[in-house]
Write a protein that binds this ligand. Structure first.
Ligand SMILES: [Zn+2]
Length: 312
């Protein structure tokens, strides 16, 4: 069974008029999914309220406090103006982490095969010690570390198909051979990282793989990697859990990037990842929303993604 993680509280992170990472994104997804014919076949999951100890698996206490204080004091931005916040943003970001952690628990307790976490704010740009992009806490990095600690698993593979490179996730696990980071992204582009030469450091050398793609790439380039290159990497690494940083901003209609991926390709890409997860880790797969800024494209892509997670 596939889980759908969501909370109305995720709408309380207000980023300001005209900001692409708006509450409307999740509202559009939730309204559509809850009125769909497949809603009853999904398991609705509410996020857990978590303690800061779980966020500290990745972020320092001082960084967490700085986010909390900036929100409490009503500051409009973190990260020198890049990351818009409001008074509620700290508690919403904490609840986003609570959502992915809840998905980890449900999957490892055998209640779910896989899950889609419709959370915000997104996370993959967040570094251990700083907010960046539209990201406060690195949801997928925390989920990986939490799963390793709580369920005593060794290896996790994070696949990031958001159109932007997940600099935060890559850096956090740069020298860690137990978390493989693999990303497809527009390049050169924000945030500037993600060249082919970045393959990990120290013990983690070889556990980072980047597929920088030039602007204008689309279904053909993505499917070529998914069909011909990805399976071997995943099977060879053989993780006990796959986490997907599922941004849908590589869609051809996305207003802030320049790729040409269709929702049909997001479906095919999902099916390949589901199949691989069944081959290597009993289907344990957690998909976590990152970007995606054209509302119609986002809703349609998420629908294709969810149906594929369900095996349809
Ligand atoms: Zn993105």
């Amino acid at each position: 069974m596939t889980g759908f993680v969501y909370s109305e509280s995720y709408l309380n992170h207000i980023t300001g008029t005209g900001h692409p990472e708006s509450p409307d994104r999740l509202k559009a997804i939730a309204d559509h999914v809850r009125n769909s014919e497949y809603w009853n076949s999904l398991k609705s999951i509410k996020p857990n309220v978590i303690s800061t100890n779980i966020i500290q698996l990745i972020h320092s206490g001082s960084y967490i406090n700085s986010v909390s204080e900036a929100c409490e004091n009503g500051f409009p931005f973190l990260d020198f103006g890049d990351t818009a916040i409001c008074r509620e943003s700290y508690s919403v970001a904490k609840l986003a982490v609570g959502g992915v952690v809840q998905a980890v628990d449900e999957i490892f307790n055998g209640n779910l095969d896989n899950a889609f976490c419709a959370v915000r704010p997104p996370g993959h740009h967040a570094e251990a010690e700083s907010a960046m992009g539209f990201c406060l806490f690195n949801n997928v990095a925390i989920a990986a570390k939490y799963a390793q600690k709580k369920y005593n698993i060794e290896k996790v593979l994070i696949l990031d198909w958001d159109v932007h490179h997940g600099n935060g996730t890559q850096h956090i696990f740069d020298s860690d051979p137990t978390v493989f980071y693999l990303s497809l992204h527009q390049y050169p582009f924000y945030p500037g990282t993600g060249s082919k030469n970045e393959t990990g450091t120290g013990d983690g050398l070889g556990a980072t793989k980047n597929f920088p793609l030039s602007a204008g790439s689309g279904d053909k380039e993505y499917m070529d990697i998914f069909e011909n290159i990805l399976p071997e990497i995943v099977i060879q690494y053989s993780p006990s859990l796959i986490i997907l940083s599922a941004g849908f901003d590589a869609h051809y209609r996305d207003p802030i990037a320049n790729m040409n991926v269709s929702e049909e390709s997001f479906s095919r890409m999902t099916k390949i990842v589901v199949k691989l997860s069944r081959e290597v880790c009993e289907g344990k797969l957690i998909s976590v929303l990152e970007g995606g800024y054209d509302l119609n494209a986002l809703v349609s892509s998420v629908e294709h993604h969810l149906k594929a997670l369900q095996g349809n």
